[in-house]
Design a protein around this ligand. Structure first.
Ligand SMILES: Nc1nc2c(ncn2[C@@H]2O[C@H](COP(=O)(O)OP(=O)(O)OP(=O)(O)O)[C@@H](O)[C@H]2O)c(=O)[nH]1
Ligand SMILES: [Mg+2]
Length: 300
């Protein structure tokens, strides 16, 4: 394919994609509405349109209607942004971590709005659960606290591509603006308790960071349903279970860690290597996964 120009999709507008070429030039190219291209896709642009290069990684989630959404392509890091207002719903963070690990991405937790009154308790709660399982950054897009460490992490190795996900209103775009002051992305109104989130950001966009690496800002979404993960694989990705098998494997290879005898996870809970909170949450998400699987299979 001579004369084809390699580029990366940096924004997707439904019937056209914005492509960044190695030269720094940009071009809008028309695509079919259901082309399947997503931000982060590497493409070759020729006279007959776009050809997508096979993806290195692909992050997927299930939405509330059971549909599969490809969140982004060729990503290295998933930054899960949370705040004490709005608070993430049950399972959001855990499922995002599991989805990231399953897709070969490194999940990190970004706790934003550290400046808010009463944020300390929320932060302490999150640290207790996730410290040791994933890298964790406490930041404030408003005061700039903690941003330097986050930026160094995102710029590590010079070439990581990271992706911010989180509920609408947690401050994803605000964080990107704070890291890249020239961007001036649109941000939402002050978030108030009880408000039903309306997306300020409506399309995903990819940006180069001044300290190296790239970061994708996404519209917030409220569900992070798991896709194509079998219940027996959940524990292997579950945050807080990293040391579950330190003292040997389960007696049964298809152990779901509920009540099976000779279970290494139950052993971990007993000895304190896995907290009761982590184990209880695991069981709840396992139930959700099984119920969801059954629901989506029937529908298909
Ligand atoms: N106090 C405080 N407010 C913040 C912080 N970061 C963002 N906000 C506010 O939170 C609101 C939402 O911020 P956005 O950056 O638009 O949130 P978003 O996650 O991009 O939202 P969507 O694009 O809808 O997904 C705005 O009013 C911001 O000013 C922070 O660190 N501290
Ligand atoms: Mg936004």
């Amino acid at each position: 394919m001579k004369n084809n120009r390699p580029g990366v999709i940096v924004a997707h507008h439904g019937i056209a994609v914005d492509i960044l070429f190695e030269s720094g030039e940009r071009q809008m190219v028309k695509v079919k509405r259901r082309s399947g291209h997503v931000v982060g896709d590497s493409v070759d642009v020729g006279e007959h349109g776009l050809t997508r290069v096979p993806r290195r990684t692909e992050l997927c989630r299930r939405d509330s209607r059971g549909g599969i959404r490809i969140v982004g392509a060729n990503l290295d890091v998933l930054g899960i942004v949370v705040s004490s207002l709005p608070v993430p719903p049950f399972g959001y963070v855990d499922q995002a971590i599991v989805a990231a690990r399953q897709a070969d991405l490194t999940p990190v937790l970004v706790i934003n709005k550290g400046d808010l009154e009463g944020a300390e308790r929320f932060i302490a709660g999150f640290k207790e659960i996730y410290q040791g399982a994933v890298d964790l950054f406490v930041v404030s897009a408003v005061t700039g606290a903690g941003l330097h460490d986050l930026e160094s992490f995102l710029g590590k190795g010079g070439g990581l591509r990271s992706f911010f996900v989180g509920l609408t209103g947690v401050g994803k775009s605000s964080l990107l603006n704070a890291i890249c002051p020239t961007l001036d992305l649109r941000i939402g109104e002050l978030y108030e308790a009880g408000r039903r989130g309306c997306n300020t950001t409506t399309v995903s966009t990819l940006h180069s960071l001044p300290g190296g690496g790239e970061l994708v800002d996404t519209p917030g979404f409220n569900e992070f349903g798991l896709v194509d993960i079998s219940p027996r694989d959940l524990a292997g990705y579950f945050p807080g279970f990293e040391r579950a098998m330190d003292h040997g494997l389960c007696r049964f290879r298809d152990c779901l860690h509920r009540t099976e005898p000779g279970c290494a996870v139950a052993d971990g809970v007993e000895s304190g290597r896995i907290s009761n909170e982590r184990y209880t949450t695991y069981l709840q998400i396992l139930n959700l996964l099984e119920a969801g699987d059954a629901r989506f299979k029937t529908r298909r």
